[in-house]
Ligand binder design. Structure first.
Ligand code: FAD
Length: 296
């Protein structure tokens, strides 16, 4: 049974993609966007590579979303390896291109989280400072990253809550969570926020993946816990992509349905530039294509 069958209202979804590296990947991304656009997402966000490595590609992808689709883009931006002046320049460029929604992030150290983060000597030190800078420059809508399992560098859950409060005070109006695999993880996080009186709307970040080894690496890179039951589900399927896909679609849909049953109404999908698993999970949530003329 989908949530729509259960009589719930339409849920809001958003999709994350990354800027393509090659002409072939670019074709794949725009096919994906063409398939996801009829679901009428709140926005499509485009990531920003470590140290600004995708700066131009992120900008081009966002500009194309504005020029060629009805979709609202959200451009990611990080503080890594850039002075305040450089970051402000990117912010101005985004605003002038018609971008009105940012996902403002500190970014990871260029060598990954094993390294300590060192801000650029003349740069913004964290996401809160970036949010404040963006708000000073123009009236962007701003989403920020939040961590149901705590940010790996953070000394405590309480400190994480203080950081979320600081991001809200600086102008953030939405949180997007790091990915996680058990509904309880997000629901406990939601309870902590409610108890602390933090009313920021937060979309759980859903990562539907078929490549379990890739997933394990990504999870290790950002401190997300991979439960043993998930590992067991993918055991022995390395050479069986069809079954892997079915298992991935089922686990993503189960996670989404459980969250929706608990009243979660916003969902953010890390699409990895692929449509099928996200389409399947959205369908199970009752989020179906809208009128044809809405499509990209
Ligand atoms: P912050 O909120 O600045 O927090 C980083 C750390 O500093 C935390 O441990 C926090 O507790 C601590 N901290 C923050 N403020 C203070 C303070 N005032 N005093 C003391 N400690 C403080 N990375 C990319 O490179 N490109 C992307 O496009 C990208 N997209 C992402 C999208 C989402 C939805 C998420 C959740 C993450 C994304 N990331 C991306 C990864 C992100 O950059 C990392 O998780 C990074 O380690 C933290 O970013 P943040 O914005 O949460 O940082």
């Amino acid at each position: 049974m989908s949530v729509a069958d259960a009589g719930a209202g339409r849920l809001s979804v958003s999709f994350e993609c990354f800027p393509p590296k090659s002409a072939e990947a670019e074709v794949k991304l725009w096919e994906t966007i063409g398939k996801l656009a009829p679901l009428n997402p709140d926005f499509v966000s485009v990531t920003y590579g470590a140290g600004g490595s995708t700066r131009d590609r992120t900008h081009r992808t966002v500009a194309r979303l504005i020029q060629e689709t009805h979709l609202k883009p959200a451009a990611h931006l990080t503080t890594v390896a850039a002075s305040r002046g450089e970051v402000d320049g990117v912010l101005r460029q985004y605003w002038d291109a018609g971008v009105r929604h940012l996902v403002a992030l500190r970014g990871d150290p260029p060598g990954g989280l094993a390294e300590a983060f060192t801000p650029h000597p003349d740069g913004y030190a964290n996401a809160t400072e970036l949010v404040a800078a963006a708000k000073r420059l123009a009236d962007f809508e701003i989403s920020v990253g939040v961590y149901p399992e705590k940010h790996p560098e953070s000394p405590s859950i309480e400190h994480d809550l203080d950081v979320i409060r600081a991001k809200i005070d600086a102008g953030a109006s939405r949180g997007i969570s790091q990915f996680f695999f058990e509904a309880e993880t997000f629901l406990r996080f939601r309870d902590r926020l409610a108890k602390a009186g933090i009313a920021l709307p937060i979309a759980p970040g859903i990562m539907p993946v078929t490549n379990f080894n890739g997933l394990r690496k990504m999870a290790a890179g950002c401190g997300a816990h991979v439960p043993p039951w998930l590992e067991r589900l993918f055991e022995g399927l390395d050479d069986d992509p069809e079954t892997r896909k079915l298992v991935a679609a089922t686990t993503a849909a189960q996670l989404c349905l459980k969250l929706a049953e608990e009243g979660v109404a916003l969902f953010h999908f890390y699409t990895l530039n692929r449509a099928e698993l996200t389409l399947a999970a959205c369908r199970m949530l009752g989020v179906l294509p809208e009128a044809k003329e809405q499509a990209a």
